[in-house]
Design a protein around this ligand. Structure first.
Ligand SMILES: Cc1cc2nc3c(=O)[nH]c(=O)nc-3n(C[C@H](O)[C@H](O)[C@H](O)COP(=O)(O)OP(=O)(O)OC[C@H]3O[C@@H](n4cnc5c(N)ncnc54)[C@H](O)[C@@H]3O)c2cc1C
Length: 409
């Protein structure tokens, strides 16, 4: 009987895990199914580019996984039952929308091993008016909505980006560069780039100044209205368009299961990305809470999600074939920030993601960041980094449903 592996989510981490498992395990021994709501791989790290009118290269899964043995299931995951070891899905159309015919109901898929990689969406943080009036770029539908809105803005109108983190900075600079006729501003509750090195902060301020971006620092947004944002100090900032980029939130599906999750709904995993409560469930990427160097939780990023996906796939393969468990530590090297198409900032960091003095700036940083994005997409299509691999035979039985496992490194 084939061992059934279901991977939920075909973003950076799920697609890598599915492809890598297919290269590690003998085809006759496993059935690997990748469930995703959209038919192609979305380069989420380029959503600010999509929002500002750039067209991204289509990357259909049907081409990416042709001949690999990974079966694609275009469907929306609505429920996971980790005790019965089933996943409930409904059919999805090319945009990820639910298109289940009335009366046809949902379908249940059974698994022996589950890889949960549903990523995250935007986080309105329940600020009044944000969900109704703000735009977001956490995924393709949101980015396309903003793209359409930006094309209808007249010269001189104001775009306010709320959030001074990596996504907010990339978004504001991309908009300012693509639409110099608009007034772009960033509102952040901290200081501009306050986690960066002095050189990094200085460069950031210089580029934002050159692009004419107004920065409201130490300003907390307390409400969003159709044409302005309200701040804690009682002022109102005019905004024909507000873009909300204050962080990501995971989908509520995992929280509705008996899996051990954090307060925010991320699945708690050990060093092999295996659930600490359910040994047949692995979680990777934004959906997982894994500890990194310095015993700090890994942040939601491709930078840590990609090695986590390798780790999960290799651990599953090792446990099924009796091989050696992977134990490569996951660490950070740099934070790569695009500041439009011509400028960038590469902030080098310690293993646990703290800024060191060294930075790369200017056009070399823009080129570096572009290569990183290209490399990330290449890595999804080449999940073993092009290295030759030997598919191994499955020799172990799956773990019993619902049985507990202790966290191990
Ligand atoms: C604008 C932007 C810029 C970024 N820049 C960087 C960067 O420079 N460096 C970096 O490291 N990180 C960056 N990130 C963060 C990075 O994109 C995420 O951390 C990463 O994509 C997480 O990977 P993932 O596989 O967990 O989730 P995702 O890539 O989000 O993939 C999740 C997948 O699951 C699918 N899915 C979700 N729900 C369902 C469902 N119910 N049913 C079926 N399918 C579903 C989605 O369609 C998607 O394909 C950026 C993010 C954004 C938005």
């Amino acid at each position: 009987m084939q061992h059934r592996i279901i991977v939920l989510g075909g973003g950076y981490t799920g697609a890598i895990a599915a492809g890598r498992l297919a290269k590690r395990l003998r085809r006759e021994d496993v059935a690997i199914t990748l469930v995703n709501a959209e038919p192609d791989f979305v380069e989420r790290v380029r959503m600010h580019q999509l929002a500002t009118g750039q067209d991204l290269r289509p990357r259909p899964f049907s081409e990416m996984f042709a001949g690999t043995g990974v079966e694609l299931r275009l469907a929306k995951v609505t429920r996971v039952d980790v005790d019965r070891k089933t996943v409930t899905v409904t059919d999805a159309d090319a945009n990820g929308a639910d298109v289940t015919a009335p009366g046809s109901g949902a379908e249940e898929l059974a698994y022996d091993t589950l890889v949960y990689a549903l990523g995250s969406g935007w986080n309105s943080q329940a600020v009044p008016g944000a969900a109704e009036h703000a735009y977001e770029i956490a995924g393709r539908p949101g980015a396309l909505r903003l793209r359409e809105r930006l094309t209808r803005l007249d010269a001189g109108q104001t775009v306010v980006v709320v959030g001074g983190g990596l996504t907010g900075l990339e978004c504001a600079t991309e908009i300012a560069e693509a639409r110099p006729d608009l007034h772009a501003s960033v509102v952040t509750d901290g200081g501009l780039g306050d986690w960066l090195s002095p050189k990094g902060r200085e460069h950031l301020r210089k580029v934002l100044g050159t692009l004419g971006i107004t920065v409201h620092e130490h300003t907390t947004v307390t409400g969003v209205e159709a044409e302005r944002v309200l701040t804690a100090d009682g002022t109102a900032v005019p905004a024909a368009v507000t873009v909300w980029t204050t962080g990501f939130a995971v989908h509520p599906i995992a929280k509705a299961t008996s899996l051990e999750v954090t307060g925010t709904g991320q699945i708690v995993v050990d060093g092999t990305m295996r659930s600490v409560s359910h040994p047949d469930v692995y979680a990777i990427g934004d959906a997982a809470m894994a500890m990194g160097p310095g015993n700090k939780p890994l942040r939601m990023s491709c930078a840590s999600g990609t090695p986590a996906a390798w780790q999960a796939a290799d651990a599953i393969a090792a446990r099924l074939t009796g091989g050696k468990l992977p134990n490569a530590p996951i660490r950070y090297f740099n934070q790569c920030i695009s500041l439009g198409r011509k400028e960038g900032l590469i902030q080098y960091v310690t293993a646990d993601d703290r800024a060191v003095r060294a930075v790369l700036t200017g056009w070399p940083a823009a080129v570096y960041k572009e290569l990183v994005c290209k490399g990330a997409a290449w890595g999804v299509a080449n999940p073993t980094l092009g290295l030759p691999t030997r598919r191994r035979r499955v020799t172990r039985q799956p773990a019993a449903a619902g049985s507990a496992v202790k966290a191990s490194a």
